[in-house]
Design a protein. Structure first.
Length: 401
């Protein structure tokens, strides 16, 4: 009886062992090649065919990299299109496999180390200037967004609690302590999210109502036109002075419904945003537009066309994800606050830096604060000619300086 019991235990353990997956570089390479053959990812030459070849396998702390050569005639796009099927054949979750074309072949990264679920802001805030940290990728590399680069406008979207407001806080803190651009902040939650930045000297406008948003947006457009006039006079193609940043949170508040008494006002705001997105870059005028309710009538085609950089946190469904990223990827993100897809010329999954409101206050506490009050629409930038007219009393259309 004892022998039978031991036999059953040993047999059960062996059965379990056989079904466990231990992906070595050898098994991954062979599984990949076998999958290529079964999926007809080959190039035929008459009666013969050629498979891709795994030329090298490299081990990293985050996982393994396969350097794959492709036979002449087999496109990388055809292989990448079978991403999920190839990942399944290698017994690896599809989200843990990345494929990209490079040097006449493919680089396939297979991640075995999980992404961190929390990234402290102080560990990644090293960009300086207009470079702001967006997050850390699966390899542990920091990814930055450059407001002075080729993608000057940024769209941020995702469900409530996904991490949008925390990322906005980190971006503004990084800019305020770095390049220190002129900022116009529109917080349509009564100033709850962005209010900690309100007293900074670099914040030229702070709006909490639709009327104030229109005034702030108009002030930014006026500044853009002033810069273009100055550039034309100097024969310059781009603005070399300090940049101006217009931040809007929440973009969905501009959605007009049937019988909406504010429909005309909302239309005016969206028209200004469209013009800024189309013409702002050369004049050093940048947009950051955020929403937790992305839809086609909130992020319309004209604005989306002019914004080439997007951050997608988890969305409610594929429709919302497509509004931000043009694909369903954000709907498939795990329910981890701060997990996002960063899209510029390509997509990359990142974990956003975490910066609490208390830490942000401490970080910006040493920065210069406002000392006087002027009218918003007449607010000159430091590189503009001063306006000597008397300021109006502080009301819904004025700002603090």
């Amino acid at each position: 009886m004892l022998e039978i019991g031991i036999g059953l235990v040993v047999g059960s353990c062996w059965s379990l062992f056989k079904h466990l997956s231990f992906p070595s570089s050898f098994s991954l390479s062979n599984s990949f090649l076998a999958a290529c053959k079964s999926l007809n990812l080959v190039q035929t030459y008459g009666d013969e065919f050629a498979l891709p070849s795994v030329n090298k396998t490299i081990a990293y702390p985050w996982g393994q990299r396969l350097l794959v050569g492709l036979p002449v005639g087999l496109s990388s796009a055809k292989v990448i299109d079978q991403h999920r099927a190839l990942a399944e054949a290698m017994r690896v979750p599809a989200e843990d496999v990345e494929m990209r074309y490079a040097n006449d072949g493919l680089i396939i990264d297979i991640f075995t180390r999980p992404m961190p679920e929390t990234v402290p802001f102080e560990s990644v805030n090293k960009g300086g200037g207009y470079n702001v940290p967006i997050g850390v990728n699966k390899r542990g590399e920091i990814r930055y967004y450059d407001f002075g680069g080729p993608y000057p406008h940024l769209l941020i979207g995702g469900i409530s609690g996904g991490g949008k407001s925390v990322l906005l806080r980190a971006i503004l803190s990084s800019l305020a302590t770095g390049a220190n651009p002129y900022m116009y902040l529109c917080d349509l939650k009564g100033g709850v999210e962005l209010g900690i930045f309100r007293e900074l000297e670099c914040v030229r406008g702070f709006a909490t109502s639709l009327t104030e948003v229109r005034s702030a947006a108009q002030a930014v457009e006026n500044e853009m036109q002033r810069r273009y006039a100055e550039m034309a006079e100097a024969g310059a193609q781009s603005w070399t002075g300090n940049k101006t940043l217009l931040v809007v949170d929440e973009l969905a508040d501009f959605k007009a419904r049937s019988g909406d008494p504010d429909a005309k006002l909302k239309g005016e705001i969206k028209a200004i945003l469209t013009r800024l997105s189309a013409k702002g870059r050369a004049a050093g005028v940048l947009l950051v537009l955020a929403t937790q309710r992305p839809s086609a009538d909130v992020v319309d085609g004209l604005i989306k066309t002019n914004i080439a950089a997007s951050v997608g946190f988890r969305t409610r469904d594929g429709t919302q994800s497509r509004i931000i990223l043009d694909h369903d990827g954000a709907a498939d993100l795990p329910d981890i606050p701060g997990r996002l897809i960063f899209q510029t010329s390509r997509d990359e999954t990142l974990q956003a830096p975490y910066l609490s409101a208390a830490d942000a206050r401490q970080l910006i506490a040493v920065l210069p604060k406002k000392s006087r009050i002027i009218n918003e629409e007449a607010a000159p930038h430091a590189d503009a000619k001063p306006d000597t007219s008397e300021a109006d009393p502080l009301d819904g259309n004025s700002i603090e300086l």
